[in-house]
Structures are given as C-alpha cells and as structure tokens.
Design a binder for this molecule. Structure first.
Ligand code: FAD
Length: 332
C-alpha cells in the first residue's frame, strides 16, 4: 500500500427515513477542521434512495463535495449493501480518512468496512486531531473503563477510520452560499449482494426523549434515592423547559430509561444548563456532560468530584434544594 496515494477526508452521511442524522452534520463540522489542517477536500458520502433533498442539505454544512450513490437497494440500511458500496468507492477513490457516526448503524457498519479494507478502526472516539509532523490522524477514546484517555494512530494502513460519538462535535452553521459540488457515483449493486431483506420498519410506539437535543437537562443519580423521587426532577425540568436525564446508577436501579443515561456508556450531551442532582461525578459520567455550557451540582457532599466541574455547587439535600428551585422557576 502506498500511503501517498490516499487523499481527502470522507464523512459517512447517515440518513434514516430520508433525513440526515445530526451526527453526520457534527462530523462534517469536525471533518472541515481536519481537512483544512491537511489542506485536502472534505467529502460527504451519502447512500440512499431519492437523495436529492438530503444532498442539498449536506451541501450547506461544510463539505467541498457530496458524493451520492442513489439506488433503491440502499433505501434502508443493510450491512451487506452499505459495506459493499463504501468499500468499492474507497478502493476506487482512496480517501485517507473515513469518519462514521457511532450510532447503532455506524457501530455495525464501521468494523465491517474496516475489516474488508484491511485497515484499523478506532471506535467511539471523543476527540480527533492531526499530528502536524507526519499528518497522521490522532484518534482519542476512553480506555480501561474510562479511567484514561488513549490517543491512537492508524500506522501504515489507509484509510484511517474512526467512529465518533454523537454529541461530541458541533455542526457548522448553515452556509446558503456554499460552493459544494454534488456528484453522483454508480456502484455495481445487486439484490444477490445483500443477504438480508428489510420487510418492514417499525417505529417505537413510545416516544423516547432525545436528551442529546435538550438545552436544559435535570439529571439524577443514586442520591435521588428512589424512582418515585424523580417526579421532583421532572417538575423542575418542566418548570425550566428541559428534560430529565440520569447517571448509570439511576438507570441500573430502574429509576430512569437507559435512553436518557448520560456518560461514557450513555449519551454525550452539551446543553446550555446541566443540573446534576445526587450525582457524585465519576469520570465515566463526566465524560458525557463536562462540555455543557453551565453546570449546577446539588450534592450533600461538598467534596464530591462533580463539584470540580460545576459552575455552581449547592451543598445540601436535593429534597430541600429542588423544591426551592421549582418555586423560583415558577416565579419567572
Ligand atoms: P454515586 O457515585 O453513588 O453518587 C451518589 C451521590 O449522591 C453522592 O455524591 C452523594 O453524596 C449524593 N447524595 C446522596 N444523597 C443525597 C441527597 N439527599 N441530596 C444530595 N446529594 C445526595 N456512570 C454514568 O453515570 N454514566 C455512564 O455512562 C457510565 N459508564 C460506565 C462505564 C464503565 C466501563 C464503568 C466501569 C462505569 C460506568 N459508569 C457510568 C458508572 C460510574 O463509574 C459511577 O458508578 C456512576 O456514575 C455513579 O452514579 P451516581 O453518581 O449516581 O452514584
């Protein structure tokens, strides 16, 4: 393999139901920075059916080019179909970097593509940069149970591949005057290449809250004491127009849904305000919320680690502090 043959940064633009997923736009934001540091082109790779409006959407979010493969067989995600198309395009066009969102789809797709291309993959990255001396991609992810952050380089294989957690990077503001090109590519894909068939897409009956989108999060931990006490946190969240989240301890106690777990094995969030109630601030929890704009911690223990990242630390019993906050919030 001649590494010098590989040029450019690609972002897999995940779509579902004809809608580009937020993590793809976040990756284009970071991809722009990486491509500028390397002085190369940034490409958004879009696979699907009836892709025109999605391609236009992508074109205004930082890419130099949107590379589209439009095929009815790509309407729904299948491991076989998407892996084949991406691998064929990578072999033909040789990008030096390929980013994929660490969504359920990305976590399935990334390893398959990496294995077929005989390259490495750093999964679940929380930071990306370029080593300026030799232009290698630096991929950072939690290691050893989140107790340290490991920075990984890909060595002598290309492309350098990373899956990246949703919510870690920010998308760029929409650029209406973007000069981004849209190019349609054709890749040979037949039904026989795909061993599974999507019969039906069933939507979740229950609407789950996406705390990744919330501007205000009132999050509870073991210190909340019982599932029913989360009503208090919900009341505060409602009064502030926010959503309720939880630590892993709260999830494992069955007090809140896994979908709202914040942290290394939950969601990464960066709301305007994060209110941590009865959460100690273990490193795995901090990994998911420490980039919030403003952090308020309510804890009986003034020395709890959460206090080190808090903009305001309230030392006290949450059962007394939260009702006072609700009363104040209702006055506003
Ligand atoms: P605790 O650490 O028990 O803290 C409870 C806090 O509540 C204490 O600080 C206490 O002083 C305070 N308190 C008690 N009563 C009150 C009261 N009445 N009023 C005010 N304060 C009170 N954790 C996550 O959160 N998210 C993750 O994604 C995650 N991933 C993990 C991945 C791995 C591989 C591992 C090993 C661990 C992970 N954890 C994660 C678990 C993490 O290490 C901690 O165990 C967990 O975050 C602790 O949750 P907690 O802060 O709610 O509970």
């Amino acid at each position: 393999m001649n590494i010098a043959d590989y040029k450019g940064v690609w972002v897999f633009a995940e779509q579902r139901d004809g809608k580009i997923q937020k993590v793809a736009l976040e990756l284009l934001g970071k991809g722009r920075d990486i491509a500028d540091k390397l002085g190369v082109e940034l490409t958004a790779l879009l696979l699907g059916e009836n892709t025109d409006s999605m391609a236009k959407d992508l074109a205004s979010h930082g890419a130099d080019k949107v590379l589209v493969v439009d095929n009815p067989l790509l309407k729904n995600y299948t491991t076989d179909g998407y892996t084949k198309v991406i691998c064929d395009l990578v072999r033909e066009r040789k990008p030096e970097i390929l980013f994929i969102g660490a969504s359920y789809i990305g976590r399935d797709l990334g390893p398959r593509v990496a294995a077929r291309l005989e390259t490495g993959l750093t999964a679940d990255c929380t930071a990306l940069d370029i080593d300026k001396e030799n232009n290698n991609l630096l991929m950072t992810r939690p290691a050893f149970g989140g107790n340290l952050m490991a920075t990984i380089v890909c060595g002598d294989h290309r492309p350098q591949m990373a899956t990246v957690r949703p919510g870690v990077f920010e998308k760029l503001p929409e650029d209406e005057d973007s000069k981004c090109k849209i190019e349609k590519a054709t890749v040979q894909l037949e039904e026989s290449h795909i061993r599974t068939k999507v019969e039906e897409v069933v939507k979740l009956a229950k609407e789950t809250v996406d705390i990744g989108e919330a501007q205000i999060i009132v999050s509870g931990g073991r210190g909340v004491g019982a599932g029913e006490n989360f009503k208090l946190l919900k009341e505060l969240a409602d009064a502030l127009g926010g959503e309720v989240g939880g630590s892993r301890a709260a999830v494992e106690s069955g007090w809140v849904d896994k979908a709202v777990q914040v942290g290394q094995t939950g969601k990464t969030v960066r709301p305007k305000v994060y209110i941590a109630c009865g959460i100690s601030g273990a490193i795995q929890h901090l990994a998911g919320m420490q980039d919030s704009d403003f952090i308020i911690a309510i804890n009986k223990d003034g020395d709890a680690p959460i206090m080190k990242v808090a903009d305001i630390g309230i030392v006290g019993d949450l059962n007394k502090v939260i009702p006072e906050m609700i009363a104040k919030a209702k006055e506003i």
